[in-house]
Design a protein around this ligand. Structure first.
Ligand code: GLY
Length: 373
């Protein structure tokens, strides 16, 4: 099996991210060395359980490892106190001990919730991420951000808790609805845009075959994304500085998600793609990057079929000023000042608080007007 490994170097909290096709089938072998006793708990969602849970059970059983599992409802609303409470109390009722291991099998919702449960159960147990969505493989399963949503906003309750191992099985991506795959692709493009122009060029050349299903290309795209994230996380685990670059496009995305009621009118990764295009538009207006960069970004997203513009979001959107006010709710507000990730070019992102409201208003007003055309 073609399997790539990216090491996340965090001292005593270091771990490997293994990326390959068919990794779920070998999960027992990979996880066995981590176990104090041959028994694991798995948290998943009902959709993923139907697709992958039995294969995981067999892979573990092959190595003599018993498994108990809890399948929560699929969807963002699961990242909430009631489901979190249920997960933690289930782990306790299954007598999961401090030395035991929890497996998060699923997309970003399950990884974040199960990771947070692992962070607090008996003051912290180890967990393994088996991400099954593209978004989770390239972003949320790596780096130790765990948590749930609050009525006040997304991801406002949580902890940094690094996994002990990540198994990214690209074969699982074949079961994703095309819309979910493309939403995750928004996060892949983000890496090229924020720090690796060569990777962006590679994506421009290879995206059609990658989106169509090329396994080797998918492994390479996940590997390069995870490599970049691992390096940034190793330098800035708790987001005191550089890690904020990973939020390219996210300030716009969070405002758009709030404006669409966190509904399926806009998936998170779709908002990231549109947000990246807007960040380049604002950067160009500010004279930070070349005038042709925003259209190159949009052209690439458009060519893959990913959502690209505000016009790709169905239904009404609020005016520019309301969107800007929604941005101000972002977690990246420091001492009342909103920080943005802008770009000096493709692959050259940086963090700044110097983005005048008038420029944001101009770009958003134009983008909203273009919806009608
Ligand atoms: N998803 C952004 C981060 O992990 O920092």
């Amino acid at each position: 099996m073609n399997c790539e490994t990216v090491h996340v170097a965090l001292g005593a909290r270091s771990y490997d991210v293994r990326i390959g096709a068919g990794l779920i089938e070998t999960a027992g072998q990979q996880i066995a060395p981590l176990l104090a006793r041959p028994r694991v708990a798995v948290i998943t969602d009902e959709t993923v359980a139907g697709l992958h849970l039995e294969r995981l059970r067999e892979a573990l059983a092959d190595q003599g490892i018993a498994m108990v599992s809890l399948a929560l409802p699929a969807g963002e609303s699961t990242k909430s106190w009631p489901h979190f409470t249920r997960a933690v109390e289930w782990l306790l009722s299954e007598k999961i001990e401090r030395q035991d291991l929890l497996i998060a099998l699923g997309g970003g919702v399950i990884g974040d919730l199960a990771g947070f449960a692992a962070a607090v159960l008996r003051r912290g147990i180890r967990f393994v991420q088996i991400p099954t969505s593209l978004l989770a493989q390239v972003d949320s399963s790596v780096g130790g951000k765990t948590g749930i949503n609050a009525p006040q906003g997304k991801n406002l309750i949580g902890a940094f808790h690094q996994p002990a191992l990540v198994l990214a099985d690209v074969a699982a991506l074949a079961t994703l609805p095309p819309r979910d795959f493309l939403a995750g692709y928004g996060e892949v493009v983000k890496y090229g845009l924020l720090g690796d122009a060569d990777f962006f060029e590679w994506l421009e050349r290879n995206a059609p075959a990658l989106v169509a299903g090329g396994s080797a290309l998918r492994i390479e795209a996940v590997r390069r994304s995870v490599r970049m994230k691992a390096d940034i996380v190793a330098r800035d685990e708790t987001e005191q500085g550089e890690r904020a670059l990973l939020n390219l496009g996210h300030t716009f995305c969070h405002a758009l998600e709030a404006a669409t009621g966190y509904s399926d009118r806009l998936l998170h990764g779709e908002g990231v793609a549109i947000g990246c295009a807007l960040a380049f538009e604002v950067s160009a207006r500010l004279g930070l990057c070349a005038q042709e960069d925003p259209s190159r970004v949009r052209q690439h997203l458009r060519a893959t079929g990913a959502k690209t513009d505000l016009g790709d979001i169905p239904g009404p959107l609020p005016q520019a000023d309301t969107l800007i006010d929604l941005m101000a709710q972002d977690k990246k507000v420091v001492a009342g000042t909103l920080r943005f990730v802008m770009a000096q070019g493709i692959g050259r992102a940086f963090v700044t608080s110097e983005v005048p409201r008038e420029v944001l208003r101009e770009v958003l007003t134009d983008a909203l007007a273009a919806r009608g055309r």
